[in-house]
Design a binder for this molecule. Structure first.
Ligand code: ADP
Length: 319
């Protein structure tokens, strides 16, 4: 393989740039030409493609977002869209593709692989919701952004003796809520994987109040429902002053943590290695600190499992 392409797709995540840098530098290290595809699959269909040099990825390892930009493309889901993409790949002589993104992006990669264009997926999403890897690129940075925000909320919660409901990202996966909850000593953590037990949340708040607790923090993953609605219900049930904070898109941004930069560098480089070995339709990951790769179809047909031991631990530590 002499010419490969790299794109970022779907929701952006801090560390995507570090992954792009690793792909570009590792490809050039192996004497390959590497092309940056801008705006995800949309840019691929439109031929928004530029050859990358060593300097194209200088000074980006520390930057959040993605210098290749990201886009969502409905058109690429169609046969015509995929044919348009293949036309561009042929035009530029690109023989293989590295796709940095989440499971939606991997579905696109699987389609291209089936049509004869070997793709390798690199899991980049703050949600940590990709099976076959312990961590996805961006999760650690988003987690630390949440921790920083909740530490600040805690200061004001204590001063005013309030209950705070903090809504964090995670439509289907509760990892951010769970890890942030453990890291912040939250009273309750509400995740999509575990049905809502409103009564035990309320009982815990009341017990805390009875023993003189000054504040309580409840972390709710967005997939569970609206933080505002939950806050109202809590206030009605406990008669405690309750405030709600929706952290929103600040969780997506910021400079990646050391962990995410290293993870992204390792996974990006591993993806290049796989293409060089002639592999196709694989997704890279990290398990027990070892780099691994799995069949893309296997990844798409399994779902990520949250660590229920950690969930139980959080309950034990917040009695
Ligand atoms: P993420 O990769 O973060 O899960 P999306 O689900 O939005 O993000 O997917 C990103 C893009 O991947 C979509 O906009 C679309 O272009 C492409 N994609 C998603 N599903 C498919 C599919 N079934 N077939 C082809 N392309 C797809």
């Amino acid at each position: 393989m002499k010419k490969i392409g790299v794109l970022t797709s779907g929701g952006d995540a801090p560390g995507m740039n570090a992954a792009v840098r690793a792909v570009v530098r590792k490809s050039i290290f192996h004497d390959m030409e590497v092309f940056g595809i801008y705006n995800g699959y949309q840019g691929l269909m439109e031929g928004n493609i530029k050859k990358m040099e060593l300097g194209s990825v200088g000074d980006i390892i520390q930057r959040g977002g993605t210098i290749l930009y990201s886009a969502r493309s409905e058109e690429f889901k169609t046969e015509e869209g995929q044919q348009a993409a293949i036309k561009q790949l042929k035009k530029f002589g690109i023989e293989g593709l590295i796709v940095i993104g989440g499971d939606g992006s991997f579905r696109g990669a699987e389609k291209l692989t089936k049509k004869g264009y070997p793709c390798i997926g690199v899991p980049g999403t703050i949600d940590n919701d990709i099976p076959g890897t312990d961590f996805t690129i961006g999760f650690d940075t988003a987690l630390n952004t949440i921790i920083d925000a909740i530490d600040k909320i805690r200061d004001t919660a204590t001063s005013h003796e309030r209950t705070y409901v903090v809504e964090v990202m995670g439509r289907n996966a509760g990892d951010l809520a769970l890890w942030a909850g453990l890291a912040d000593g939250a009273e309750s953590i509400l995740i999509p994987e575990k049905p809502d037990d409103f009564k035990s949340v309320v009982d815990k708040l009341v017990r805390g109040q009875e023993r003189g607790k000054k504040h309580s923090i409840i972390i709710l993953a967005e997939g569970v429902g609206s933080g505002f609605d939950y806050g109202h219900r809590i206030e009605e049930a406990t008669k405690m002053e309750t405030r709600v904070t929706i952290l929103g898109h600040i969780q997506r941004g910021g400079s990646p943590t050391g962990f995410d930069r290293v993870l992204a560098s390792r996974l990006g480089a591993k993806a290049v290695d796989l293409l060089l070995e002639g592999k196709a339709g694989r997704v890279v990951g990290i398990q027990k600190n070892e780099l691994v790769d799995h069949d893309i179809v296997e990844i798409l047909t399994h779902s990520h499992e949250i660590n229920m031991d950690m969930y139980r631990l959080s309950n034990e530590l917040s009695i």
